[in-house]
Each structure stands twice: as structure tokens, then as C-alpha cells.
Design a protein around this ligand. Sequence first.
Ligand code: GLV
Length: 309
Amino acid sequence: MKIVVHIKGEAEQWREALADAFPEATVLTSDACAEERKNADYLAVWKPPEHLLREQTQLKAMINLGAGVDYLLRTPGRPKEVPIAKLRDAGMSELMADYVLYGVLHFYRSFDRYAAQQANAQWQPHPVEEKSQWPVGVLGLGAIGAHVAETLSQAGFPVSGWSRSPKRIEGVNCLHGDDGLENILSQAKTLITLLPDTTETRGIINAKRLGQLPQGASLINPGRGTLVDENALLKTLDASEGLRGAMLDVFPEEPLPADNPLWRHPKVTITPHMSAPTPLHDAIDQVIAYIRDFEAGKSVTTVDPENGY
Ligand code: GLV
């Protein structure tokens, strides 16, 4: 069996962990020469280069070393018949819940205002509203979104969650469909977007939907850059009755180009796609289990390329 790993900056750690789990296998990183890399049985990859996919002739499966499969599905040369398994939660949910909780508290406890005040040496405490008066909306209730919604609910915020198909999550008002989305948008003081990038979700946060949010609402997008219409976001941030602020971790083009106005917008906090990096120690067991199951001919939950997740 041959496994080839590609993940920027961490490939060698992944290679070692997989070589320990499969001592009989040849485990290489994509830095190996083309002759050695070809004829792999499995690719364990995050944002692989096109040639790595094109040169394979006998792949049994690809394992996506992340939660979102959009990059892999879009890679030209992807062999369409090869099944893809993706990481589900694998330690990312907890990291994401920390990031989002920080973001919600940032707005709820006025840290955005205090940062602006500090620049003017202005000492001005703001009253703290009751958490029950701070409804939060979570769009996307996959493994990660569901955990984020639960965490925010446990922290005391009223949480509504939205997904394509109906879901049930303890402590979360789960909604779906167009009505469900409108309902959430009309109430959310902080909106969190954790949807996958699909043809249906691209640009879902457009001018109309941003306009449905209550005045002074905030947006946190740690999901995918394509979910939010950037021009509409900038307009709503600049409108006097529009959004209070946005915390953005993901962008249609990454790294975010230096001349993008979001970088310098006073109401925007930018982080460099760091909200939930795949933690190797949690994810490795899932990757090993996938390979064992594929080898044993067991049924594996794979990605539906039509749905995009
Ligand atoms: C990161 O963006 C992921 O999809 O895991």
C-alpha cells in the first residue's frame, strides 16, 4: 500500500504518524520525486497541487485533511471516480467554538468600541446587556456548526441555527428553509456563517440579507470567504444604520490581497484563516480509520461532490 501526504508545513508530521500506523505501507510526502509518488493507493491531502492528482493511476480514495472539501473538489485533474472522505470535527469544532465565542464576546462586551476609544484615550464604559437580549444566529449545522451553536447556548446566549435539512440540537432553536433563514436574520445580533462553499451558499450573505439583520448587528465569518458578498458587506458597514462590525477569517482570495479595503476598515477584524486548523493528534485517528475501512471494503461516509460536502 502506498500513501502520499500533502499538507503545507505539516506533511512530515503526518507522514510519520501514518507510517507508524501502517508499518507495512510506503508513506511519502508530496516532496518525493514524481516516480515515487505515482501509483499511490491513498492521498491524504489539504489543497493538493493539480499535478499530484493528475499523475495518479490507481487511487482507491482521497482523504481531505480539513472539513471543507471545496478546494479539493475544485482542483483541476481531480479523478472524478475516486471517493473522497473528509475530516468530520476531528478537534476542529472545539477550536472553532473558541474562536466564535471570542468573536461574540468581542461585540457583546464592546471590545470593538473600547479598541476605537483607546486610540483616542477615551475612558467610557458601556452598559452590559443581558445575554438573553443578545440572540445569535449560526448558519450551518454540520459537525462544526452544531458544536459552535451548542457552545454559545451553554454560554447563555439564545441561539438559533440554520441548516439545509432539519436538525435537532439541545438548547438550539433549529430552523431550515427560506422562512427559517429570514427568521434568524431578523433577530440575530451576531450572525455566524459556518456553511460549506456550494453553488447554493455562494454569496448567500448578500445586500438583501445583510439588510435584514437588526441595526447594529455584527457578522462573524470563519466558514468560507465565498459566503459573503464583499462589496455588499463594505456598503453595509459604511451605512450609518448598517452593521456594527465584522470579524472575518476567510476570504474568496487568500491571502487577502494587501490592497483589499477590508484590511483597513475600522469596523473589521481580520484573522488569517486560523480559526480551526486541523489538529493532527485528533485528526490522525480518523484518517487511519478511513484507510483501514477502505482497505477492509467497509462502507465509508464519503463526500457527495454534487452537494459539495
Ligand atoms: C479549513 O478551512 C477546513 O475546511 O478544514
